[in-house]
Design a protein around this ligand. Sequence first.
Ligand code: SAM
Ligand code: SF4
Length: 339
Amino acid sequence: MQFSQLVDTFGRVARDLRVSLTDRCNLRCTYCMPAEGLAWLPTDETLTDDEVIRVMRVAVERLGITRIRFTGGEPLLRPHLDRIVAGAAALRGAEGRPELALTTNGLGLDKKIDALAAAGLDRVNLSLDSLDPQRYARLTRRDRFHDVLTSIDAVERVGLTPLKINAVIMRGVNEDDIVPLAQFCLERGYQLRFIEQMPLGPKGEWERGDMVTAAEILAALETRFRLHPLDEPRGSAPAELWGVAPDQRQPGGRLGVIASVTNPFCGACDRTRITSDGQVRTCLFSQRETDLRSILRGGGTDDDLVEAWTGAHRGKAKAHGINEAGFVQPERTMSAIGG
Ligand code: SAM
Ligand code: SF4
């Protein structure tokens, strides 16, 4: 069996696979989806469980993938998610790879977490943009804040820690949550990551001026906490990490800021993505997709999948181009790409 790597013409090697399991979601975060009117992908165009598991097997056994993250849309809406996680866990070699993580809004996770942990899930990233129930309802367009807190407690109970929390900050919406979110995560020992808002939501709605920059987030944090940069090599990790000194109200810890727009990390990108309808995307912002579903359904071999996937990466763009004059937002919203 021939082994290849997902290497591009700039020498980057993809080892981190994002698997989108559905484009559907039970929230409507304003930065990700329109309030209504986004058609779901037809079910028959979505990869089956067996197709997803085959794609992951090829990625791990033939293409050197060492980390898999399940995402969406909301991956907890995927029936038999635990079966898919178990399928990925069965690919683990002696060194315990691939590492398996889930990015979720947390709704209903409390009911599924035991099965997911038993299936082999290693880590959870949970998205929470506000600690104010009404603000949470406004920005997700659904009144589900307390369900998220229940799920956070469940993740702790099962011991899938450290829990990572993702937060997107929007000007005039949830800037007042920057400090409370940090306080909450530091008190509880969670790893918080603030993410700059990217142009991947409803078309034409992203305004550079509305994006709260990493610098502004850090300035807000410094009004309350003493921060120091952590001199750890970032590798391909997108977050810039900061140590927080302990004080009377919190035990200290660390948090991160992902400056995808103001300080892109494209040069160290090690990601590849597959959408729920079986399209390889080498970047969130790709304008081109490579169709693995036709190969899967047309009797293609594993070699055919390897050839198509490696070919896609040979064409991976140098950078996402958000800051370039001719930037064009991709057709799919973040929910349909897989964040
Ligand atoms: N539904 C799950 C969730 O919300 O965690 C998984 C999918 S969601 C698309 C993955 C991550 O992308 C979330 O942390 C979300 O906050 C982030 N995200 C969505 N739209 C974004 C945008 N326009 N800019 C930056 N991050 C975004
Ligand atoms: Fe759904 Fe996640 Fe997008 Fe929010 S960020 S609408 S939870 S897919």
